[in-house]
Ligand binder design. Sequence first.
Ligand code: BES
Ligand code: ZN
Ligand code: ZN
Length: 492
Amino acid sequence: MKFSVKIKTVSSHPKTGVDALSVFFLENKGKKTEFKSIEELFNLKFNSSSNKLLTDEDTSKVEIQTEDKGNILIFKFKKAELTVDYFRDSLAGCLQSLNSAAAKELAVSIPEYCDFSELFDSEEYFSQSFIEGVLLGNYDFSVYKSKKKRTPKLNAVFVGSNLKLLKSAAVKAEKTIEAVCFAKDLVNEPAITLTPREFVRRVKKNFTDTSVKVKTMNEAALKRNKMNAILSVGRGSDNPPILLVLEYKPARAKETIALVGKGITYDSGGLSIKPTDGMLEMKGDMAGAAAVVGTFFAADKLKIGKALIGVIPLAENLINGSSYKPGDIVSTASGKTIEVKNTDAEGRIVLADALEYACKFKPNAVIDFATLTGACVVALGEFAAGMFTKDRTLAGKLKRAGDKTYEILWELPFMDAYKKLLKSDIADISNIGSRWGGAITAAKFLENFMEKDIPYVHLDIAGPALKHELTSYTKKWATGFGVRLMSDFLSE
Ligand code: BES
Ligand code: ZN
Ligand code: ZN
């Protein structure tokens, strides 16, 4: 973390000193009157160059230095261009550029909710987005920098008129972002250290003294349970595969949701090897697993009322003398057989055993998270995840949670017509389809291992889970995609 942040909530703007930054958000109407209230608050007059910037409609951000009350940063938004992520994104960027040697206090004025109620779902979540922005912008992954930086203290003061609501928003934001950062840390960790065993060790460490139960199946247990799909993919590595199972069972829970996460701690492609460029980000091929772990972490902290089962197949897709090969037939725990036509389509193979296992708990729904296909990123870009389901109720609820949290889900076709493309002459199913619609055929493959009467959603997060340029808080490191989404979805 860049700073050691302490969050405070107050109802009127604090008296600031030279080491403070005060942040305001105002609608950009190009009028001087808009900024008068800030002049009054600080008891000063902006000079002509500041006035010029403040009234210039093409300027979206103005920073003004005062003599003894610190700096004032004014974000000028255009109402037509606002999104529910605007405040989160702006404040994350603001924190990233804050001089950690100079700043000791950040005072953020939250504007009146009534002006934004059409866009936002609730006043509490509107306020939460400001606090999340500061906390997300504060994230860094610097454990491997040999020159250690200090972590100076920063008081982050949020000013809002509804103090009670602001306080509860702050508590929720802190818990949720702590869970997001746990997921980010797991995905950012290089594969040399984050083997399946190390993944389990970190999960166990983080879940001690929580209500989440952690169980594992080692290689011998996987063999006993005939989970040859997970074993086949993991066989090419010295680090054996593990199935990680999480349980969260709050009292009086009426529903159980199973969350399944692809946990390939490194994807070289196997014998169908990837080119170097394609391998660079493949330490992140366990981002689905991290999303599930992060969701359990948040569920425990936020005391979510639904019961959860987590099923995470962990394996390395590498190459040695025992690697699984194109042409192999894999016999899964369900009894169904897979013809391996490409060892780089390994995610769906490990998920075959994981989905079948998740169904054994008879959950009310199964949702999987997987960095499954490059094809999904080609289709949707890096911002939205692909959603595949036949369940209209779940699709609607998840879509709404995505729109609210700005972890956007975009539904793609999922009709049975695509099933034909997975035909195999020698086994029950082939692990790849034809050239087109790669994200869809991958989803249809997974559906094959689900129990027909359990509502099922597959989320392909290959784009949004890994770093991308589209928001300030996703630029440098893995995004932790899915944790904010699920925290909201499960709280409803
Ligand atoms: N892990 C990759 C998918 C991926 C690509 C994730 C880019 C994140 C960013 C997956 O295992 C894979 O290699 N899929 C293949 C499937 C193909 C062989 C049918 C792909 O997408 O090319
Ligand atoms: Zn692969
Ligand atoms: Zn993969």
